[in-house]
Design a protein around this ligand. Structure first.
Ligand code: NAP
Length: 356
């Protein structure tokens, strides 16, 4: 399809992912105006011919298509819905495309608000990582119908190799969270396998190659396992952003009244890593939670920062994991008689009759 090459493009958020994506849009022949909170991260694009704008509003004022690739849902909300946000300041008929991994509900709100203002907004989170952004081979996950985004397809194709349409506002974000849910299991699996191999005295590289060639393999294992093994924790994908994604998935599972145990485990681990100073490391730094104290300190972590209050017992002698007060009339879900002789299988010792 031929592109409306006269479309003017604004790009807001030129970090790890945004900068190379904006570069591909420029390479495809579009005029690009950029804005980023920290200007230096846009310098390379400006040196290549992008125009700098001093705010999202200035960047968007003249643009036919505005891309956003910021960090958190709160950043997305600010850029779109504040008083000088894109919904108000962008041109009538403009396309507003959010590439950030963000909240499905917020994506729906933005879509609806844009419609009222005669603008087209859709969620378009991406997967493929930093390398996919550099290579221009990202997978795009669109919260709109194919026919509805056709006018901007040539621009989307300038930085992607696959596009999946999930037809409704916010559905792109939900689908992206499914990707993150699956990735969560892969990351924990990679870190567990490395720990087992190291402690089990294996040639760890050989283990990675072997597992990577079979059903236990994943791109997380083959791509990030070797980095973790070499002690390379430079971010392609930030720990704090993965923690954000897992939190969004948990939030959505609660809304749907379902449980995602794998994600909850991964969230606990990434939250811990974030708390002890690993938020700006790459997600492969999960392996540092299993590492010797000296290696963790060398990577900039401080276990002293961990909030341990969640692990501390309350007034009772033993904090049962069922969360109920055993001293009162509560009937514990384990189904056993807590006043009787039943010996609970939890191993907490005399007096404990918590869940089995
Ligand atoms: P990043 O390097 O932190 O980039 C985000 C950029 O947005 C930063 O440069 C930040 O500015 C800027 N920003 C934040 N709020 C802003 C605002 N209100 N106005 C203007 N600029 C703002 O992170 P990233 O790795 O590119 O990730 C961006 C998003 O994509 C995240 O939601 C992430 O979860 C998702 N994602 C990442 C990957 C990956 O592999 N990295 C893959 C898929 C999806 P500062 O420079 O001042 O911080």
């Amino acid at each position: 399809m031929t592109a409306a090459k006269n479309f003017k493009v604004a790009f807001i958020g030129t970090g790890i992912m945004g900068a190379p994506i904006a570069g591909h849009i420029m390479d495809a022949g579009y005029d690009v105006t950029v804005y980023n909170r920290t200007k230096e991260k846009a310098d390379a694009l400006i040196a290549r011919g992008a125009t700098w704008a001093d705010s999202p509003a200035v960047a968007a004022a003249d643009a036919d298509v505005v891309f956003t690739m910021v960090g958190y849902p709160s950043d997305v909300e600010d850029v779109y819905l504040s008083t000088d946000g894109l919904i108000r300041v962008a041109k009538k008929g403009a396309w507003l495309i959010d590439l950030t991994t963000s909240s499905p509900a917020l994506a729906r709100d933005i879509h609806d608000a844009a419609e009222v203002e005669d603008k087209h907004a859709f969620d378009c989170p991406v997967t493929g990582g930093e390398q996919g952004a550099i290579d221009g081979t990202l997978t795009l996950i669109v919260g709109a119908k194919e026919e509805d985004v056709a006018p901007v397809l040539p621009i989307l194709e300038s930085f992607s190799s696959k596009i999946f349409y999930f037809d409704a506002a916010g559905a792109g974000q939900t689908a992206k969270l499914c990707n993150q849910v699956s990735l969560a299991g892969c990351m924990v699996g990679m870190a567990d396998a490395l720990a087992l191999a190291e402690q089990g005295g294996l040639d760890v590289s050989r283990m990675l190659e072997m597992v990577g060639s079979g059903m236990g393999g994943s791109r997380a294992l083959t791509g990030l396992g070797p980095k973790a093994l070499e002690g390379d924790y430079k971010p392609g994908f930030l720990v704090e952003h993965f923690r954000k994604d897992l939190g969004l998935a948990i939030e959505q599972s609660e809304d749907l009244d379902i449980t995602l145990p794998g994600v909850e485990t991964a969230f606990t681990l990434y939250d811990m890593l974030d708390q002890i100073g690993g938020g700006r490391l790459g997600t492969q730094a999960l392996t540092l939670l299993y590492a010797e104290q000296a290696d963790a300190v060398a990577a900039g972590l401080d276990w002293g920062k961990l909030d341990t209050s969640a692990f501390e017992p309350d007034d009772h002698d033993h904090e049962c994991s069922c969360g109920h007060d055993h001293g009162h009339d509560h009937e514990c879900t384990c189904g056993h008689d807590h006043d009787g002789d039943h010996e609970c299988a939890c191993g907490h010792g005399d007096g404990c009759h918590c869940e089995e």
